[in-house]
Design a protein around this ligand. Structure first.
Ligand SMILES: *Cc1c(COP(=O)(O)O)cnc(C)c1O
Length: 469
């Protein structure tokens, strides 16, 4: 947690708050890096996206809804491909997956990571070429592995000795030779501006490098010679702004690559450096561009390969959040506004407005789960009113049901206003729940003045259909 978040979360606001909360803001302005590329304010003050007025979208599809700017998503795919021209770019489907998005990323030349049978089924049903799918997971079932092998999935990222045995048995039965990567836990955990490098990694994913398990897994696969070992894989964190963590992980994983060469005379042809590239959720965030990240990562890998006298392997990366996160905003309708005084003065500078919207932790759990920060704006109009420190909260029976911890909204924010929260493309709809029996919102893709429903809203009938008692 960053310092400004700690202060903001614990109510240390008003004239004692962190600097950014005291900085006067223009509540009508849009900071471009927070919003999908086609979002603008129309002359009347309402937000438009792909030329569509959000008031019309709300009227047609209802609120809350996720609005996906298709041009924005596609341009992010292209930026990653241009930045990593000779690497395979896997979109990490767990960030958000539906058939329309599978088709978009496939058309843009990306590969796709899945980590369950359900994600695999979605990918295959949308026509994703199986050889461009990578299958992750620390506990893939035998049924899931069999499905992946039978479908001809391009890479299976093996995560345990039990999985190697299961996959080897399946491959022998079928007379096939699945291509695999070994997931290595390198003892680096990276988030935002910090990374922690330890000798050991205390987590459920992968084979430990320091304990020798990763080398043993690679030797086992090579010696049994049933699976085709294509390379090593490491994934060090999420919402990473600084490439330094990749430097340590690349050094460690390439040292293992050299150890395998020395022991078995094999230079593995591929290296997957994972995902975790950060995005801007608030004005406080300023992540590196894919281009700059690629430059850093390429230099790190080239340098380490030279030091280990290794040929530079074919690289893969796995961005999830950085592809879909900024391409989506959530559109809510305000239901109630309460002013809660916190300080002695009782004036607007000494309290906070609780702006309740018609969704909440069921469509965005990240604030409650990760203490994540978001931004918001009133979307149906501009306002001449003073900025008011607001907290956007949901409608659930839970006081931690917060969507946006701190944001300046116009002091005249009122029931019936639309509030838009940017940066909700990743890990929001995909982690959505039916808490309080709230149906999950739809996803609407917009492009060139047209709106297309790609995931429909759940209904009460959908909820009751599962309840067969
Ligand atoms: C989650 C995950 C990713 C994607 O992470 P982002 O933070 O969304 O970029 C990539 N690779 C693996 C193995 C993951 O588990």
């Amino acid at each position: 947690m960053r310092a400004h978040e700690a202060g903001a979360l614990h109510g240390d606001i008003g004239n004692r708050g962190p600097a950014w909360l005291r900085t006067p803001v223009d509540v009508n302005a849009l900071v471009p890096r927070l919003w999908p590329r086609t979002v603008a304010r129309a002359d009347g003050g309402a937000l438009t996206v792909a030329g569509l007025d959000v008031r019309d979208l709300a009227a047609e599809f209802g609120t809350p809804m996720y609005v996906l700017d298709e041009d924005d998503l596609r341009s992010r795919c292209r930026k990653f491909r241009a930045a990593f021209p000779d690497a395979d770019v896997y979109y990490a489907g767990k960030a958000f997956l539906c058939r329309a998005v599978v088709r978009m990323i496939a058309e843009e030349g990306l590969f796709l990571d899945v980590c369950t049978g359900g994600e695999l089924a979605t990918a295959l049903s949308a026509g994703m070429p199986p050889e461009r799918i990578g299958f992750h997971g620390n506990n893939k079932s035998v049924a899931e592995l069999a499905r992946a092998v039978d479908a001809g999935v391009g890479r299976i990222i093996v995560d345990s000795f039990a999985e190697i045995d299961r996959l080897t048995a399946l491959a022998r039965e079928r007379g096939v030779r699945p291509k695999v990567l070994v997931r290595v836990t390198v003892g680096v955990e990276a988030h935002t501006h910090e990374f922690i490098a330890t000798a050991h990694e205390d987590q459920k994913f992968g084979f430990s490098l320091a304990g020798g398990a990763a080398a043993a897994a690679a030797f086992k696969i090579l010696d049994e010679d049933v699976l085709e070992l294509r390379g090593l894989h490491s994934h060090i964190g999420s919402q990473i702004f600084d490439a330094s963590g990749f430097e340590v992980s690349a050094r460690r994983v390439l040292a293992l690559q050299a150890q395998i060469r020395d022991a078995r005379g094999v230079e593995l042809p591929e290296l997957d450096l994972g995902g975790g590239f950060g995005i801007a959720y608030t004005t406080q965030d300023d992540p590196a561009s894919p281009h700059d990240l690629a430059k850093r990562m390429r230099k790190i890998v080239d340098g380490e390969c030279a030091a280990e006298r290794l040929a530079v392997p074919h690289l893969s990366i796995e961005p999830g959040r950085a592809i879909v996160g900024p391409a989506v905003f959530t559109l809510y309708e305000v239901g109630t506004v309460k002013f809660v005084p916190l300080g002695a003065g009782g004036g607007p500078a000494d309290g906070r407005a609780y702006v309740s919207v018609d969704g909440g932790m069921s469509d965005n759990i990240r604030t409650a789960l990760y203490d994540a920060s978001y931004s918001a704006t009133v979307a149906n109009r501009t306002s001449p009113a003073e900025p008011l420190l607001a907290r956007v909260v949901g409608k659930h029976c839970e006081s931690g049901d917060i969507v946006v911890k701190d944001e300046f909204l116009p002091a005249d924010v009122q029931p019936g206003d639309l509030v838009a929260v940017p940066g909700t493309g990743a890990y929001c709809r995909s982690m959505a729940s039916n808490y309080n029996h709230v149906p999950r919102p739809p996803v609407v893709a917009v492009r060139d003045g047209r709106a297309r429903l790609i995931v429909r809203r759940e209904t009460e009938e959908d909820l009751l259909a599962l309840d067969v008692g």
